[in-house]
Design a protein. Sequence first.
Lengths: 130, 81, 276
Amino acid sequence: MHDLILTIISKYNYWIYIVLLMIGLYAMMVKKNLVKKIIGMNILQTAIILFYISIGAKKDGTLPILLHTHHTGHHLVRAADYINPLPHVLMLTAIVVSVATLGVALALAIKVYHQHGTLDEDEIHARIRK
Amino acid sequence: MIWYIELVITIMVVICGIAAITVRDLLGAAILFGAYSFMMCLLWAIMGAVDVAFTEASVGAGVSTVLFVAAVFRTSRRTKD
Amino acid sequence: MKVVGLIIILLCGGLLAYATTDFPNWGDPTSPAAMHVSAYYIENAVTDTSVPNIVTAILADYRGYDTMFETAVIFSAAIACFLLLRIFTPKSSQSRLYRHIATGITLRIEPGGKLPEKSDTFERIDSSWVPHDLIIKTACRLFIPFIQIFGLYVIAHGHHSPGGGFQGGVILGASILLFAVSNDLRSTISRMGEKLTAFLCSAGVFVYAGTGTLCMLLGANFLDYGALASLLGVDPVLARSHGILMVEIGVGMTVMAVMVSLYYILSSDGKLNEGL
């Protein structure tokens, strides 16, 4: 039991990401409105980004920006002092791609609204079938 | 980082996320999504990812919310669920 | 459907939670993600490129190829939005709405009618009009130059502080969006037109790819900024820093133009006549 508590506390960042991921997935599957589905997609994307950023954190590490480089010459930089910058780079790309996807998804939703007059999935299915 | 601030922000993130998909008014959902984005940005800034937090603050809580409001303005505001 | 959805996400969440028992602890310095390549980047970024912000150095120099294609992705998102929604209607075939300022009477001029000439007694309005809000307009007019200067600062100072091309580009785009929201869309389009936005989008990608091709023409690999040393007259380490600045400017231009273009098309249904 003590082991289980220790496991939960030492890995609690993963639990947050799982909760948010499932919220986003639920919104995409169950909600009938198109804009709610798009919001669910964005929540899913930010949850994935949170997962990657939490992988890059290090105990007692500082920000990945080096100080005092040009004044004191090139002294040794230890990798264990700084947090891992590689997931940050990948996630910068992911954020920009997510806003691009959001733009195109909203354009598609507006187009569907022009065509059918509603954003509700059930009504759109009924109108297509008629 | 002070652990109770981190705990409060984490709980706020989950509450904003659940509220953004439950509210029946689409304009309210867009604003709540902006608040959710901003809370995530704070969470990443706590974890030390300053570049990512900067990008999310400008993109998620800025441009993304404006695009949502513009799309809601052009379509309907009410939703059945 | 809701019950099925709940069951699915509970199962999926349970499986993911079971898989996390194998992950390394949070903040472990010896986790596999923090060894190998990442340690090399941290230790050698300043000696290779003289840029203290390691994230910018990796983004624009070590992984510059990914960033170029990401710029192309956001450019193609703007093209996709344009192709989906944009409708071209000739200006003479729309009816216009004018309002007499003194009495508040609204005129609707059908196509083919005589338009009031530019005078102070009539103003042109949108179909959803609210009264003149002086506070918002004046406050936003005061803010917007400072936001733009801050955006330019973020792009230029990306080497030493958090920032870079994307963040600065989005801030610049957000300043124009602020102008469009506080005033109306028509005055924004008269200041920053659609053709200028499209030109800036493609010019940014061109600057990025052009820097890479310039390095190739000077004899090195594609996007190897050390070759710019002979052109700029500095040593290769500083040339890499200048190469990073050039591509960041390209990325900033594209991102700004794409944000503005997405807003124009989304808020006016593709017609670009009236908006939020």
